[in-house]
Design a protein around this ligand. Structure first.
Ligand code: AL6
Ligand code: ZN
Length: 259
């Protein structure tokens, strides 16, 4: 297979992110300017070796939902490509928008996708804990995969079916035997890679980004379930409904008095 792997030669900061990040000259996400990317024949094939038995739980953190893996052993790993070491899968999550016109964090020649998958790995050759690796230059490797709306993704459905159980921020349910390899495109040797950062706080510049050139397709209905997730907790929901109810009683009260 043609291993047309690309290395980005320069970066267009796509957003005016927080300027407070010290020395933030490697901030992600970026716009991938295809014509500026250069082929690097030194890049090796990417090797994923994921064990579905390491899948543990799925939870709603208020910004996305995360599928977390047992990363106490080297059972689910990523190596090769631009990476010198072996990296352990710790979680994957998605970024999406309220409409199909936006949602991805990276863009390709300014093109936005409706969603983007991030598979987060940490360097287990050099560090013994994820929390250590997050702070180090060569600590993390994140695979990015763009999602497009089209045919239903059979492998994703198991995950979609689990989402109603974690509708509220902070909820977590057991989620097992999920092989994240089913979410990768057919040719994983077609990617752009660059050194960047976490795209949300703590924004540490510790990420080797590997963004797949090929997207995956999910159905409109599957994406609609992502959007049905609430980023407020159950308590906040009750609070909000009480407030609007209280308002009604007050105005109702004043209505009765004036008549
Ligand atoms: C102690 O540092 C910690 C502890 C727990 C979680 C995190 N994280 C925060 C943001 C973040 C953003 C990611 S993205 N969108 O670039 O793929 S991945 C990721 S994280 O590493 O899970 C950091
Ligand atoms: Zn992410």
């Amino acid at each position: 297979a043609c291993s047309s792997k690309y290395v980005l030669s320069h970066m267009h900061p796509m957003w005016q992110g927080p300027l407070a990040v010290p020395g933030g000259d490697r901030q992600s996400p970026i716009d991938i300017v295809v014509r500026k990317s250069i082929f690097d024949s030194e890049l090796k094939p990417l090797v994923t070796d994921y064990d579905p038995d390491t899948c543990q739980q799925i939870w709603n953190n208020g910004y996305s939902f995360l599928v977390e893996y047992d990363d106490t052993t080297d059972k689910s790993t990523l190596r090769g490509g631009p990476l010198q070491d072996k990296f352990r899968l710790c979680q994957f999550h998605f970024h999406w928008g309220e409409s199909n016109s936006w949602g991805s964090e990276h863009t390709v020649d300014r093109k936005l996708f409706p969603a983007e998958l991030h598979l987060v790995h940490w360097n287990s050759d050099k560090y013994s804990l994820f929390e250590e690796a997050v702070m180090e230059e060569n600590g993390l490797a994140v695979i990015g995969v763009f999602l497009k709306v089209g045919k239903r993704h059979e492998g994703l459905q198991k995950l979609v079916d689990a989402l109603p159980a974690i509708r509220h921020k902070g909820s977590v349910v057991e989620f097992t035997r999920f092989d994240p390899a089913c979410l990768l495109p057919s040719n994983i040797d077609d990617y752009w890679t660059y050194h960047g950062s976490l795209t949300t706080p703590p924004l540490t510049e510790s990420v080797s980004w590997i963004v797949m050139k090929q997207h995956i397709e999910v159905s409109h209905d599957q994406l609609a379930v992502f959007r049905s997730l609430l980023f407020t907790s159950a308590e906040e929901e009750v609070q909000k409904s009480m407030e609007c109810f209280k308002g009604t009683r007050l105005s109702l009260g004043s209505f009765i008095q004036n008549n």
